[in-house]
Design a protein around this ligand. Structure first.
Ligand SMILES: Cc1cc2nc3c(=O)[nH]c(=O)nc-3n(C[C@H](O)[C@H](O)[C@H](O)COP(=O)(O)OP(=O)(O)OC[C@H]3O[C@@H](n4cnc5c(N)ncnc54)[C@H](O)[C@@H]3O)c2cc1C
Ligand code: SF4
Length: 401
């Protein structure tokens, strides 16, 4: 593939193509696509507006329902949500809802539309800890209702995994910048480079505090602990995004893991010119966790994927694996090993109770949680849903409507 790390993977629709795709929509009554969106973005309604060439109306539907609509348009695993139940699948294939939504939000941006409005200040102050999608969406929703919201973020830029995780070729930084600016324009204040260590102090200072610190740390399997040539996938992807792909990488890299984060890692490595990328995966192909689209992207890049093996020991830079079901050993030598075997939260460092599923339990009073550390699926659209639920709970607690 000739695309570079900095080029967007999938082309956006032209005006002609978006109309053609929207015209395939059956305009279903009680539409399954709208019921299936965790954030309530209402695809059936915005596609109907596109059919009538009312792009402003379409943008309003997206943005009012989903404060991070342009980001979800690009990264949402639509095949698991809105597109899964699409009635058009029975005829040929589902409507490409994500790409239609992307056209609409790009149009919204090109026309400099300002859709969201802010109510009069209500005198209440809310602190949000973490500026990933959950923190951004909670802040945006509360700001619209007249709350004074301040977001604390330990990194130099806002966005969480949108900024420092999802690769540039799938989610350009320029799109994240635009979405963050939309939240700022609602009056939200960002305190960047400020790591929160004392929640009790914030709880005293603000009327409510929302913690949205995510699952920021990559897991390390014990046999790899402390090795200089071993990195976690989230740290590798963060480096790649920060340095715009300018990384010094060896010719031969081994990745361990088979979820979407692993697929982002192997594809990024190939786009950055690594000759030999081998991915060894615990799951068999039948059990694969990664989305089909991401897996296909990795395969198109020429990544070698070996399924069904567990790493059991490390000697020098050679990892020995054993097959989960048959008596078979595999040895792979690599100059860099990247572990994509899951993430965990550091919310415990803030004194919060974290369960085995890496979710925070037992918060009360003026303390709330949102995003990956709350109950639910760990996706951007779920972070938006969680933000909606949390913003509602904060308003109820503070006596708002
Ligand atoms: C590589 C990768 C690719 C992904 N791809 C997709 C995808 O394509 N589609 C999809 O839907 N989902 C994807 N996900 C999952 C998605 O990114 C997460 O579910 C989502 O970002 C969770 O949002 P969040 O706001 O809860 O947490 P995060 O995005 O993790 O944000 C948490 C923020 O809190 C900050 N923070 C942490 N501790 C503190 C502190 N003490 N003080 C101040 N700030 C703090 C962090 O710096 C960070 O900015 C991906 C995840 C990864 C890692
Ligand atoms: S389910 Fe599919 S066909 Fe029906 S309204 Fe939604 S996008 Fe259109």
């Amino acid at each position: 593939m000739s695309k570079s790390y900095l080029e967007e993977y999938e082309a956006g629709y032209t005006p002609k193509l978006v109309m053609e795709e929207a015209s395939r929509c059956l305009l279903c009554h009680d539409a399954p696509c709208s019921k299936a969106c965790p954030a309530g973005t209402d695809p059936a309604k915005f596609i109907r507006s596109v059919r009538f060439r009312n792009f402003k109306g379409a943008a309003e539907t997206v943005r009012i329902n989903n404060v991070l609509g342009a980001i979800c348009a690009r990264v949402c695993p639509t095949e698991r949500y809105c597109q899964q139940g699409c009635s058009r699948s029975g005829i040929d294939k589902p409507i490409d809802i994500g790409r239609i939504q992307r056209y609409i939000t790009d149009f919204e941006d090109a026309c400099k539309m300002k859709i969201l409005e802010v109510k009069k200040p209500n005198g209440k102050r809310v602190a949000v800890v973490g500026s990933g999608p959950a923190g951004l969406a909670t802040a945006g929703l509360l700001a619209q209702d007249g709350y004074k919201v301040e977001v604390y973020e330990k990194e130099a830029k806002a966005g969480g995994y949108l900024r420092y995780g999802i690769p540039e070729y799938r989610l350009p930084s320029a799109v994240v910048d635009r979405e963050v600016k939309r939240i700022k324009d609602l009056g939200v204040e960002f305190k960047l480079g400020e790591k929160v260590e004392d929640l009790a102090k914030l709880q005293e200072e603000y009327d409510a505090v929302v913690v949205a610190v995510g699952h920021g740390a990559g897991k390390v399997l014990p046999i790899f602990a402390g090795k200089r040539f071993v990195k976690t996938a989230v740290n590798f992807l963060k480096d790649a995004k920060r340095k715009k792909g300018n990384l010094k990488l060896p010719d031969n890299v081994l990745v361990i893991g088979g979820g979407d984060v692993a697929m982002d890692t192997v594809t990024t490595l190939k786009l950055l010119g690594v000759k030999q990328v081998t991915d060894v995966v615990y799951e068999t192909f039948e059990e694969f966790k990664a989305s089909k689209k991401e897996l296909q992207g990795a395969q198109e890049q020429g990544v070698s994927i070996i399924d069904g093996y567990v790493p059991v020991s490390l000697k020098g830079k050679t990892v020995k694996f054993e097959h989960r079901f048959i008596k078979n050993e595999l040895k792979v030598k690599a100059d860099l090993i990247i572990l994509a075997v899951g993430q965990y939260t550091e919310a415990g460092l803030l004194g919060l109770d974290v369960n085995k599923a890496q979710e925070v339990e037992g918060v009360s009073g003026n303390l709330f949680v949102a995003g990956d550390i709350a109950k639910g699926e760990k996706t951007v659209v779920y972070a938006v849903r969680s933000a909606k639920e949390t913003a509602y709970a904060v308003k109820k607690y503070l006596g708002g409507k």
